[in-house]
Write a protein that binds this ligand. Structure first.
Ligand SMILES: *Cc1c(COP(=O)(O)O)cnc(C)c1O
Length: 336
């Protein structure tokens, strides 16, 4: 089975499973699970924050961040394509009484600074209170520039707003820019990262921030049902992922480019290898129905997402050999 649907589909390797098996355990709701504490300490240090919190999912990490930064009647500004606006079930509104103010994302994933500025509400009883700007990096596989993040931070300072980064794939961005992760996230009051995407852990995310912020987030985590007990078995996988699977994200980026170049040679497909920055390839076509393609490939043990625009994602369980198999199967399907 070959799976290009997402980088969430990876299987833990033997050494990661061993680390999970060997993990010393406690009760993390009492904050005495040594493996969870080790992961949180390691990540806080690595990203340059005071404290960190292990969560069951990235969705929950983002929700806790929004609820810890914003209260009832507050809002956060984010991209129209932001995961924490589009793909998290409206959690901030549904569970946090927090309103989103989305701003369109430009082609490079950024937001127009003037539009962000214009969306910040004046202190007026008609308006909600703007509290937070939330960015995402990478966003749809694209890396935001450090200059852009610094400029948004300056705007946030000017208006006394906090800054959150949905860094589900922040390590992909840091590896792509060849800078330490702490440099990438220096502009933010809080950052969430996913351990269960390109980093290859089976489950889990982390939220980082100041001690006060994490204390508030921990409270909301309990409220949301995210207080896990002997969670060290999962945390050990996350620590293994952070210690072993960061630098190799460069292989995923190389593989995505390799895949894009193969697909660009197929005339029925519209693929732009020059737009591939990290581990995602986007494919359009006037003639190929991707849902039908997905169904045909599934019979051969190859999984892709389908949809209007086909998103193919590389990860640690994909190599050039598997990419060649995918490309060959797509060619067979198109040429009949
Ligand atoms: C995957 C993802 C999340 C969180 O996903 P979970 O499946 O809840 O872990 C958040 N933000 C972005 C950008 C993501 O890609």
């Amino acid at each position: 089975m070959i799976d290009f649907r997402s980088d969430t589909v990876t299987q833990p390797c033997a050494a990661m499973r061993q680390a999970m098996f060997d993990a010393p355990l406690g009760d993390d709701v009492y904050q005495d699970d040594p493996s969870v504490n080790a992961l949180q300490d390691y990540a806080a240090e690595l990203l340059g924050f005071d404290d960190a919190l292990f969560t069951p999912s990235g969705t929950q990490a983002n929700l806790l961040a929004l609820m810890a930064h914003c209260g009832r009647g507050d809002e956060y500004i984010c991209g129209q394509q932001a995961h924490n606006y589009l793909y998290e079930g409206g959690g901030a509104a549904v569970l946090g009484s927090v309103q989103a103010q989305p701003i369109e994302n430009l082609r490079d994933g950024s937001m127009d600074l003037n539009k962000v500025r214009a969306a910040i509400k004046a202190d007026d009883i008609h308006f909600v209170k703007t509290k937070l700007i939330s960015l995402e990096n990478t966003i749809n596989g694209k890396v935001l520039s450090q200059d852009y993040m610094a400029a948004i931070q300056a705007l946030a300072f000017e208006h006394n707003l906090r800054m959150h980064l949905d860094g589900a794939r922040a390590f992909n961005a840091a590896v792509k820019l060849d800078i330490p992760i702490c440099e990438l996230v220096q502009y933010f009051d809080s950052v969430s990262i996913c351990l269960s995407k390109g980093l290859g852990a089976p489950v889990g995310s982390l939220l980082m921030g100041s001690q006060d912020f994490i204390a508030r987030a921990r409270r909301w985590r309990k409220t949301c049902g995210g207080g896990m007990r002997q969670a060290g078995m999962l945390a050990a996988a996350g620590l293994y992922a952070l210690q072993h699977n960061v630098a190799r994200l460069a292989d995923d980026h190389d593989n995505a480019l390799y895949l894009a170049k193969q697909l660009a040679a197929i005339t029925e497909l519209d693929v732009k290898p020059e737009l591939v920055q990290t581990n995602m390839v986007f494919v359009k076509s006037e003639v190929v129905n991707f849902n039908e393609l997905a169904a045909a490939l599934q019979n051969q043990g190859i999984f892709i997402s389908g949809g209007q625009v086909l998103r193919l994602v590389t990860h640690l369980d994909v190599n050039k050999d598997k990419i060649d198999k995918l490309v060959a199967a797509i060619k067979r399907y198109i040429r009949g």
